[in-house]
Design a protein around this ligand. Structure first.
Ligand SMILES: Cc1cc2nc3c(=O)[nH]c(=O)nc-3n(C[C@H](O)[C@H](O)[C@H](O)COP(=O)(O)OP(=O)(O)OC[C@H]3O[C@@H](n4cnc5c(N)ncnc54)[C@H](O)[C@@H]3O)c2cc1C
Length: 364
């Protein structure tokens, strides 16, 4: 790792000796990595630009009428490492519930529910009662004392400064002075384009690793989240995968235990979302509602919101779990679903793998 350019802006900001490790991003990968690093004896500073931790695994109230999972709807457990992590969630009292052994499948949204089938493949899909926000709140509350969590703090650059890695941060939602926090180890868990942009802003060159990570592609998603006046009557188990765009997944929150009112989450496909990413909310929502008419029948939305995910899912994720570049300023690592094989499981196992890798460096 080298620092050919000068670090980004706030030259006037004073440098704080933050911790042994600064973790940027408190989604599932960052929350789990921070906990694991602390268990290995490190003092950890965990920052996230969001007001609440959780990242894409988030649950929101819509117009104070109902709770809706706005990103992931369920997860699968395939590896021993992730099964062990899910056992920890259960031990914390997180209501992990088996939702189904196969969700409904249909070809195209225009065909409506008549052609949908629900092949049971025997593989459990799990949900979190109350929504994924219940999980991320429990993980946040259970963080060890050695982790200092600072929400609503945005990292703007990572640079080398005085033989250390220096993370330039600023308040995310209000005006305030920039700060520089220094540490010998930094872990970036934001989606890879955002993580690499921080390094670029700080003049850090990650060499071949950075070039390979920059080639990872991501797909966007526009999500329509609606509280409905009645049960939309989706085929069992209340979630439908559509093989062809423009809509790729439909889910009824009430039938996944997220809230009591009927709700619908509709995730548009990547190409459809990309083409309309900057269109006004009402234009996108009207179009999606028209497309969903065969599924909604007479059911009407009482309230809705549109969520735009620029980096929804990595299209060609790595399986390695983590990538680390060592240099004069210390060790910089990246983690997240793009490095762990995608999805909730990939994010969590990447968090674990990156922490174990960095902890070895901390101790070594
Ligand atoms: C629409 C949608 C549907 C999905 N459906 C499923 C599903 O059904 N099943 C499944 O298993 N997975 C699903 N996923 C994928 C799953 O949500 C992700 O794999 C997982 O949540 C990623 O976690 P992460 O910690 O790697 O990243 P994130 O959750 O993205 O966390 C990164 C964090 O970094 C923070 N951050 C970014 N930049 C900065 C910065 N400059 N400064 C400070 N903080 C920063 C963000 O605020 C965020 O909290 C879905 C995702 C989407 C968007």
């Amino acid at each position: 790792m080298s620092a050919p350019g000068a670090a980004a802006s706030p030259a006037a900001a004073s440098t704080e000796r933050a911790a042994d490790v600064v973790v940027v991003g408190a989604g599932l990968a960052g929350l789990i990595a921070a906990r694991r690093l602390a268990e290995e004896g490190a003092q950890v500073l965990l920052v996230d630009k969001g007001r609440r931790p959780g990242g894409r695994a988030s649950t929101r109230r819509v117009a104070d009428l109902g709770r809706i999972d706005q990103g992931p709807q369920f997860f699968t457990v395939r590896s021993e490492a992730f099964a062990g992590e899910v056992d920890r969630w259960r031990a914390l009292g997180v209501p992990v519930v088996e939702w189904s052994r196969g969700h409904a499948r249909a070809r195209h949204v225009a065909e409506g529910p008549e052609g949908a089938i629900t092949p049971a493949d025997g593989h459990p899909r799990y949900v979190i009662e109350g929504g994924f926000g219940t999980l991320t709140l429990a993980l946040t509350r259970a963080l060890p004392a050695a982790v200092t969590l600072q929400p609503a703090v945005r990292a703007v650059a990572v640079a080398e400064r005085d033989g250390r890695l220096a993370v330039h941060v600023e308040p995310a939602h209000r005006p305030g002075p920039p700060r520089v926090v220094a540490a010998p180890r930094v872990l970036l868990t934001a989606p890879t384009p955002q993580a690499l942009a921080l390094c670029e802003a700080g003049g850090l060159d990650l060499g071949e690793t950075g070039a390979a990570l920059a080639r990872l592609r991501w797909g966007p998603t526009l999500s329509w989240l609606a509280v409905l006046d009645d049960d939309p009557g989706l085929p069992a188990p209340g979630g439908v995968q559509l093989e062809e765009g423009p809509v790729e997944f439909l889910a009824d929150g009430a039938r996944r235990g997220v809230g009591e009112r009927p709700t619908l989450t509709a995730h548009a496909s990547g190409p459809w979302s990309l083409a309309r990413f900057d269109a006004p909310d009402a234009v996108v929502a009207d179009r999606l509602q028209a497309l969903l008419r065969p599924w909604l029948g007479a059911t009407q939305p009482l309230a809705w919101r549109l969520k735009r995910w620029r980096y929804a899912r990595p299209l060609d994720p790595w399986q390695a779990g983590t990538a680390r570049v060592d240099g004069g300023g210390g060790s910089l690592a990246l983690a997240g679903d793009a490095l762990g094989g995608a999805a909730i499981e990939g994010a969590c196992t990447s968090g674990l793998a990156s922490a174990e890798d960095l902890a070895d460096v901390v101790q070594g």
